[in-house]
Design a protein around this ligand. Structure first.
Ligand code: ADP
Ligand code: MG
Length: 266
């Protein structure tokens, strides 16, 4: 049976928008040693802006048309480059990699460099590459800001002597920059499965928490001793997670209340 103290705490947290699906996780969190953060949308605002692009207007327009079918935050930035869109057929989303589809009769891939170069001839600089009919034809540079509260949350977790990591699908230099700015180690360019492997590896050393936002973090969230999803509003039901928090700020609240619940049980 769930102890009274845990139930009371779960109710108090619910009033703060924190949903505890699994009461045990509240008791466990006090023992957490390792905390792994997803980057995009978790430590960053998840609102990308395009800072620069290369390629013909037509190439960028093809990419922009294709990205209007994806809900990825990078896709939103690219899709807003052009209002007029081409017709898209056979859209395919490759989570953590990019998108594919036929646009205006051409085969288009837009995604991270590694992903596009694997499937396309040519080479180019850029965070995101555009492939048109099998050839690299354009590049896009994007930027996403670290959330204002991320630094404070991480420094408080360090004060609590937690080991902290970033695990991100982002292969670009902004992954390292985020690590430097926050003073934590970064695993970058990861597929959703790589994230699961890292959780498995780190779990061998102690109780491990994974905090992520996207649907593509669901498996890593499940693999962790305590999986935390960041979400709010109506989307909550579709996410995995022992605990669901509205933003990383609430993480400190979860730790505080977890500790209180445990001390009342003892
Ligand atoms: P994170 O792990 O930081 O949340 P994701 O797994 O969502 O990042 O994405 C990893 C990388 O894959 C992005 O940094 C981007 O390079 C690429 N990517 C994913 N989806 C798209 C898309 N729709 N358009 C362009 N690039 C994408
Ligand atoms: Mg993410």
């Amino acid at each position: 049976a769930t102890p009274m103290a845990v139930l009371t705490t779960v109710n108090k947290l619910a009033k703060k928008g924190i949903i505890v699906r699994n009461g045990d996780s509240l008791e466990k969190i006090e023992k957490a040693k390792i905390i792994i953060f997803d980057k995009t949308g978790t430590l960053t605002e998840g609102k990308f802006t395009v800072t620069k692009y290369q390629g013909s207007e037509e190439t960028i327009r093809l990419a922009s048309s294709l990205e209007s079918y994806s809900s990825h935050p990078i896709a939103k930035a690219i899709s807003s480059l052009y209002r007029d869109k081409h017709k898209v057929e056979g859209f395919n989303d490759f989570p953590g990699e990019g998108v594919y589809g036929r646009v205006d009769g051409k085969e288009i891939i837009v995604g991270k460099r590694e992903f596009v170069l694997k499937n396309c001839e040519g080479n180019a600089d850029g965070d995101i590459l555009i492939c048109v009919n099998g050839k690299v034809e354009g590049s896009i540079w994007v930027e996403d800001k670290i959330r204002d509260d991320a630094k404070e949350v991480i420094s408080k977790l360090k004060d609590m002597e937690k080991e902290i990591y970033i695990a991100t699908g982002d292969p670009s230099s902004s992954a390292e920059e985020a690590g430097k700015e926050l003073g934590v180690k970064v695993y970058k360019g990861l597929s959703p499965e790589d994230k699961v492997d890292i959780v498995k590896e780190l779990r061998k050393r102690g109780v491990t928490v994974f905090i992520g936002d996207g649907v593509n973090d669901a498996e890593a969230i499940k693999e962790a001793d305590i999986g935390i999803a960041i979400s709010s509003g109506t989307e909550i039901a579709k996410y995995a997670g022992d605990i669901i928090i509205p933003s990383i700020n609430s993480l400190l609240t979860v730790f505080r209340y977890g500790k209180r619940a445990v001390s009342k049980i003892k």
